[in-house]
Write a protein that binds this ligand. Sequence first.
Ligand SMILES: C[S@@+](CC[C@H](N)C(=O)[O-])C[C@H]1O[C@@H](n2cnc3c(N)ncnc32)[C@H](O)[C@@H]1O
Length: 208
Amino acid sequence: MNVEQAYNSWAAQYDTNKNRTRDLEAVGLRATLADVLFEACLEIGCGTGKNTEWLVRKAMHVTAVDLSSEMLERARKKVSSNKVVFQQADITQPWQFATQVYDLVTFSLVLEHILKLDFIFEQTAAALKPGGYVYIGELHPFKQYTGTRARFDTDEGRQEVACYTHHISEFTQIAKKHGLKLIDLNEYFDDGDRTGIPRILTLLLQKV
Ligand SMILES: C[S@@+](CC[C@H](N)C(=O)[O-])C[C@H]1O[C@@H](n2cnc3c(N)ncnc32)[C@H](O)[C@@H]1O
């Protein structure tokens, strides 16, 4: 099952399953962006709209992009605002959906499904205004090292979605190559227990 098929299949239960990664990333995004001002936002991998709902309250416009038609259908039902344009697209292909320049590009739990980050960061930098921000919230690579990965259960058994591990330095070095400077990095832990392995990594980058 490829990533698109997997999320089409997962969509019906994505919002209702117990999923600590989904929920803790929402906390990370809201905390990281609480004091960041933006008018135009490009949300990459919006899924069922978990973060679109929050972003649209702060923005004048959100372009929300996802590969999966089933995930997008749920997002469209959840977020009824004329400030949002939903687009189905594969972000590993040229970003024709980026129809303007943005103040903020967000990635929530999507880059783990992308093998090559270089093209993604190149397209991100091109889509941003100077001084614009990039938010990344991912399953922490330390958590991936222990075997945690995107998965869901179906009547046919457990389904695992193709995932790749990106080390923290991979994010920061490729960002630097494309003129995106690291301005904040944080880690989120289950139940706030900082003696454990962090579940979520967040990065805030700025186009210099
Ligand atoms: C774990 S879900 C995260 C959804 C949402 N951002 C959230 O935090 O709940 C990952 C999403 O990335 C999307 N995705 C994966 N690969 C993609 C690609 N190449 N292009 C666009 N979207 C992609 C999937 O369809 C899925 O909706």
